[in-house]
Design a protein around this ligand. Structure first.
Ligand SMILES: [Zn+2]
Length: 192
């Protein structure tokens, strides 16, 4: 039974695609494989984090480098010198703001950056840890390293939250060394 018009269907598909973008899938798969369970797109939390790990009181954002301005610093925009300020903004390796319509893109990306910071502050006030995973850290050559260190960070957070003394922080290439983790008592959806 198909009650959707072709246009509604297109909109639906577009929405589904935007929720299952590739970088986010890589993080989900990587965490799942390492035994972590999570919720997706928690609608009631500020900023709708991509993954929520309640046991670790942690929200994970998987950010596209362009849209969130990875490693780009924006100056405070003052109206009288806006042209000079915009021309002075340096692109980063993974966020290249187009020359054409540069002011439009600068304002858009800067707004996203400000919103990200604001939302993470709100989450922190609610007692959540926030971790941002950048798209560029998920390219094939460094992906596993990123995911392994994410797993270590989560275990570290858990230990600190539970008052355990963390003696050493294992290097990310030491695959065999795993910190103890409490049994996964939560059965949350979101597996692949
Ligand atoms: Zn980046």
């Amino acid at each position: 039974m198909d009650k959707l018009s072709p246009q509604q269907r297109y909109k639906n598909m577009a929405a589904i695609r935007s929720k299952n973008t590739k970088p986010e899938w890589i993080v989900r798969r990587g965490l799942w494989k390492r035994g972590f369970r999570y919720r997706l797109n928690a609608p009631r939390l500020p900023g709708h984090p991509d993954l929520v790990l309640r046991k670790y009181r942690t929200c994970i954002f998987v950010n596209g480098c362009f849209w969130h301005g990875h490693n780009v610093t924006f100056p405070e925009m003052k109206n009288d010198e806006i042209k000079t300020l915009i021309d002075g903004i340096e692109n980063s390796a993974c966020c290249k703001i187009p020359r054409t319509n540069r002011e439009f893109w600068v304002r858009k990306i800067q707004r996203n950056q400000e919103r990200d910071i604001e939302q993470q502050h709100r989450l922190a006030r609610l007692g959540w840890h926030c971790i941002t995973i950048w798209e560029c850290s998920l390219k094939p050559s460094i992906r596993e390293q990123t995911l392994t260190s994410l797993a270590y960070t989560l275990n570290h957070i858990w230990l600190e939250d539970h008052g355990a003394k963390v003696i050493s922080y294992p290097s990310s290439d030491d695959e065999e060394m795993r910190m103890p983790r409490a049994a996964e008592e939560e059965t949350e959806y979101g597996g692949i």
